[in-house]
Ligand binder design. Structure first.
Ligand code: 4AD
Ligand code: MG
Length: 462
């Protein structure tokens, strides 16, 4: 491939000025004047397009007509020259040719489409500016996450996708089975149905890599996982997807305070990376989705996060004078409207809510001495709500076992997990950051369906 990336010419035009280069891309707009034609082409390496300037006197109509269309793929040779606008460069075409035609029924003819419409064409919506910018930010953000942990000697662990346990105990597991409809009808009961299945026991897609991440941390000390997780949550909200990516560090010898420190440093680090590396994309999102976006992100990098006890959060909500749709009382979970009130109205920055009642949280969380709460925290941010679920883990064998029994869990499924408390147990903590949630926060895109290449939600598998 001898094509030059368009991003190279746009970023570093000066060093190509006067040189003949070859580019390739898809035509985003084609304009005609009497003697000249202009093609804005994009090859995906940058948000901005390259202008290809065509002196019509040098080309015949048979060459020009096929490339002067929205959506066609073309290649062009030409000389890089200064554009009218100071500091910008364009290509004076010497030859252009069609690589792939694009008929008039191409759905992206207009400049603006609703996000809802674009969801119906996932195979093409990636060619819009919004998805171009979102996917590049997603890529930079992911790499910054790896960099953060790698620079701190965390070991990157690949935990299994197929599991026999339910980490969050919420029963939102997608079943994995090779059994079919007929097998279900012929089995005399569920036990026989499962005994005839591939794994000979109930299997599902993981909701979180945490349990296996803890196994790895009990040997490797500091680990992180970064991969897809799956939840059959039937909640049709802008923040829930059935398939989403999670970053899950797990740290041996760390208490709740330590892990809150790591989470804070990581959030600031990755947001700063996006500010440094994706200015053009953020400027675009600022115009299209959220005013003041870069200022908001800079504010997060510069400010201390709030750490607020759950009990205090309840008091703030009770005294707010606001009529919430859902009830507020000690012992009840915070709903999205409550989370938003706390982060948006009270603090206007990220807030760690700590020490939730144990009844509303998962079995693995460290039980506090008060007998009522657990050493858990959620990080809430304005606009999105919860982006991180975090806790110190219960390291005491008996306490963990009784928490599992209280929830009616089948201990046999978690024998290996309990073993960690039997053999050299140590305090340890970890968290899960939802990649799509933080991506929504840094781009201002309001719906999780629009920060994934393909969105997987209930009733929708495009
Ligand atoms: O709070 P959650 O359920 O915590 C866990 O899964 C822990 N096992 C993590 C850990 O300690 N290792 O989920 C963690 C995060 C949430 O804060 C949210 O950002 C995201 O995962 N998340 C979802 N994102 C999109 N769609 C969904 N259905 C999500 N459910 C959780
Ligand atoms: Mg949570």
């Amino acid at each position: 491939m001898k094509n030059l990336d368009i991003s190279q010419i746009l970023k570093d035009g000066k060093s190509y000025e006067g040189k003949t280069v070859t580019v390739a891309g898809w035509v985003r707009t084609a304009r005609n004047s009497k003697s000249m034609a202009f093609l804005a082409i994009n090859d995906g390496t940058s948000l901005k397009h390259l202008q290809v300037v065509i002196d019509k006197s040098k080309f015949d109509d048979e060459t020009l007509a096929p490339v002067m269309k929205n959506g066609v793929a073309i290649t062009a040779d030409g000389v890089v020259v200064k554009a009218m606008k100071e500091g910008e460069y364009e290509l004076n075409a010497e030859s252009v040719s069609l690589l792939g035609d694009c008929p008039a029924d191409y759905p992206l003819q207009k400049k603006y489409h609703t996000m809802e419409f674009l969801r119906t064409i996932p195979q093409l919506r990636v060619r819009t500016n919004t998805f171009n910018a979102m996917l590049r930010v997603r890529s930079k953000l992911s790499f910054a996450i790896h960099r953060f942990f790698q620079e701190r000697e965390f070991c990157y662990i690949h935990t299994p996708i197929i599991t026999g346990s339910d980490c969050e105990g919420a029963g939102e597991i997608f079943r994995v089975t090779t059994n079919g409809y007929a097998d279900a009808k012929t089995a005399k009961d569920e036990a026989e149905y499962i005994a005839n299945d591939f794994f000979k026991r109930k299997a599902g897609l993981t909701v979180s890599g945490q349990l296996e991440g803890e196994v790895a941390a009990m040997a490797m000390g500091k680990i992180y996982t970064f991969g897809p997780t799956f939840r059959a949550e039937n909640s049709n909200t802008p923040r829930h997807a059935a398939e989403f990516w999670q970053v899950e560090p797990e740290v041996a010898f760390a208490k709740l305070d330590d892990i809150i420190g790591i989470a804070t440093d990581m959030i600031k680090y990755i947001i700063k990376a996006v500010l440094d590396e994706c200015d053009e994309e953020l400027a675009f999102f600022e115009k299209a989705f959220e005013e003041g976006l870069r200022e908001k992100l800079q504010h997060v990098v510069d400010s201390d996060f709030v750490v607020l006890d759950y009990g205090e959060a309840i008091k703030i909500l009770e005294n707010s004078g606001v009529k919430f749709q859902y009830p507020v009382a000690w012992g009840l979970d915070l709903q999205s409207e409550h989370e938003r009130y706390i982060t948006e109205k009270v603090f206007n920055k990220p807030v760690f809510v700590t020490n939730y009642p144990k009844k509303i949280k998962s079995f693995y969380m460290k039980q506090n001495d008060d007998g009522l709460t657990v050493a858990a925290t959620d990080l809430l941010v304005p606009g999105v709500g919860e982006i991180i679920g975090c806790s110190e883990r219960e390291a005491d064998y008996d306490k963990l076992k009784s928490a599992m029994e209280e929830r009616g869990m089948n201990l046999a499924d978690y024998e290996g997990y309990l073993d960690l408390r039997k053999y050299g147990s140590v305090p340890h903590s970890g968290f899960g950051l939802g990649l799509e949630r933080i991506l929504m926060y840094v781009t201002g895109i309001g719906n999780i369906r629009d920060v994934q290449l393909y969105a997987r939600t209930a009733g929708d598998l495009m």
